[in-house]
Design a protein around this ligand. Structure first.
Ligand code: APR
Length: 227
């Protein structure tokens, strides 16, 4: 069965009502994501970081998967589909995708601030200051912040290397090491990029660019991989 590896970013969830990080609406109360999502900001101002992610969690719970998430889940009927997402929302899973790895963590989970291996499901939509892990340290969002290691990266590289088709959807390809994945693919792997701003992105010339929003791009994708 043909293996399709799909690498997604914030753009795939835009049609579910979740904003991107770097679009014109990409600021949160005047803060850039690069200023909020760091261990340094957590040390200096944990309340700010907690409330940023509490808001994102509320938004995520209120959102539903869109046509693009559903179409990728449907492709599993005919292909061996694996999703590598940079998104912390759970919209791929809720659409029914079975093989999803989250490179940058999951908003519906918390983790110990002293032992990243202690990870918990969050009941409801908030982590409050004073909510502690079993070791007695403050719980933080289970997300990978700038400057932190990306524990799922090796698994993602392996998937990229094994792809017959590697599809990138809705990411500005600005955050590393995730943005390197496309360069890990086999020489004969078919490369497809779906993004309304696809033409702006510098990727190998063999990449087929589909300059559409995700919900439209996935229909072209289905036709391209059927060949
Ligand atoms: N469909 C598809 N793509 C879209 C849509 C849409 N409807 N609307 C916007 N986009 C595209 C934009 O053109 C842009 O290329 O989505 C992309 C979003 O880019 P970013 O906001 O930079 O998000 P992303 O690439 O996922 O960010 C990567 O950065 O902040 C960190 O850890 C965070 O995982 C995140 C990482």
């Amino acid at each position: 069965m043909k293996r399709i590896v799909v690498f997604t970013g914030a753009g795939i969830s835009v049609e579910s009502g979740l904003p991107t990080f770097r679009g014109s609406d990409g600021l949160w109360e005047g803060h850039r994501i690069e200023d909020v999502a760091t261990p340094e900001t957590w040390s200096r101002n944990p309340e700010l970081v907690q409330s940023f992610y509490n808001k994102r969690r509320t938004d995520c719970l209120a959102a539903n998967p869109n046509k693009a998430h559903h179409k990728l889940a449907e492709l599993e009927k005919d292909f061996d589909v694996h999703i590598i997402t940079q998104n912390i929302d759970d919209l791929h899973e809720r659409a029914g995708s079975k093989n999803v790895i989250h490179l940058h963590g999951q908003i519906r989970k918390s983790q110990s601030s002293i032992d990243p291996n202690l990870i918990y499901d969050i009941e409801g939509d908030k982590i409050d200051m004073g909510d502690n892990c079993e070791l007695g340290s403050q719980l933080r969002p289970h997300v990978v912040w700038f400057g932190e290691p990306v524990p799922m990266m090796n698994e993602a590289y392996k998937l990229a290397k094994s792809a017959d088709v590697f599809v990138t959807i809705g990411t500005s390809l600005q955050v590393y090491p995730a943005a390197n994945l496309i360069y890990e693919t086999k020489p004969d792997c078919k490369l497809i990029l779906i993004d309304p701003n696809a033409e702006q992105y510098h990727v190998p010339p063999v990449v087929v660019k589909i300059s559409e929003k995700a919900s439209v791009g996935v229909d072209y994708l289905a036709k391209l991989i059927a060949k």
